[in-house]
Ligand binder design. Sequence first.
Ligand code: PA5
Length: 448
Amino acid sequence: MSFQVLIHKTSDFVSSQEVHNYQSAINQAYTDLAQHTGKGNDFLGWQTLPSATPDSFLTEIEAVAAKIRQNSEILVVIGIGGSYLGAKAVIDALSHHFSASLSAAQRKAPLVVFAGNNICADYHADLFNLLEGKDYSVAVISKSGTTTEPAIAFRLFKQHLESKYGKAGAKERIIAVTDPKSGALRQLATTEGYTTFSIPPDVGGRFSVLTAVGLLPIAAAGFDIRQLMAGAKDMENVGNGDTTIGKNPISTYVAVRNALYKKGRYIEILANYHPRLQYLGEWWKQLYGESEGKEHKGIFPASVNFSCDLHSMGQLIQDGERNIYETVISVAKTKQQINIPNDADNLDKLNFLAGKTLQEVNKMAEKGTLIAHVAGKVPNVLIEIDSITAYSLGQLIYFFEKACAVSGYVLGVNPFDQPGVEAYKTNMYALLGKAGFEELAKEIRAKL
Ligand code: PA5
């Protein structure tokens, strides 16, 4: 299993002692996670998903995914936050970069598009436009079953499907993924007789990618969910093994990020050099932001896509305020190789690159940037993987989840709740005239 966390490029900023000082807090966090004695301990079901998910469940997911593949050119996944980011991250990481522009025959699997993660009219109107004349299905995913954005989107898509296929036909094309018992979506799914998958009550949204929340869209897009789970399972075993910092990559990452935070590095920038990893960064930001940002504490998670963003954020990273550090996802191999050609005129003076592969150049951009940023006083953590596959994505997902939980405990917060997310919702409901919110509406309007 090729997966390494290297922290030697942080050593100018935090000493080995400062990193190793976290060992006992980290050990305590592992114990609390294993024994369910820490904060938010009713949301720890994600820990054993890779090892405890039965084969029969994966077969069930694959069967529903096969039906979608057979009757739909497009799958619309309705969900927000943890109910869409993991699926989007994995699907983007494994897909043809231009899959939206490929024909259905070239793609060999439905195009997976997302809705209900915003309330923008133009976005949804364009999506309906895309669906015109095409067969499609909808996976509506909401753990609570009451989240406003996906609920609004589902109203729209339910009506659209019913007018296109009739009520009975629509029912065959709607899959609901939600709480096994509670919430409006579960009630609706039961009444309407939709195919459903349950999200285990002890798995929170942002830790749910390895449940049907992520697995169904990923399988429908044609990717190997068994390999994804195999990578995650190997990382689950790592998490259950020797927890020594320096030996265990999860402990190493947790220790170094907390040591850097203590030294005033308040912002962690997750960097990648492959456009297909952009949404892994988005998923990671939600995981860490929503889990750690509490009680006026928490590292601000940001992400960049290099080398593109070296021409936008590169200046600030090189020379701006020194409150940042980078975590680089370093990928050894790409799937394909392209050689740079010789040019007889050599006007761009780049013939010294002729014969080299794009990956070689990309790697040297990565190494050059690493040296430049460290010289510019930005600590760098490296996460090295061999290639971007379902297996390595499974490793990364479980790695980041476990590290997030351990890190949250080390920080002293409950990594599994999100009380701060409610504030905007109540204000929005009040402004939209929801009954019972009249007083708040007056208060807010006075502030607008
Ligand atoms: O991590 C979380 O719990 C949240 O980000 C949720 O995933 C998000 O709010 C969506 O919630 P739900 O799946 O209940 O619609």
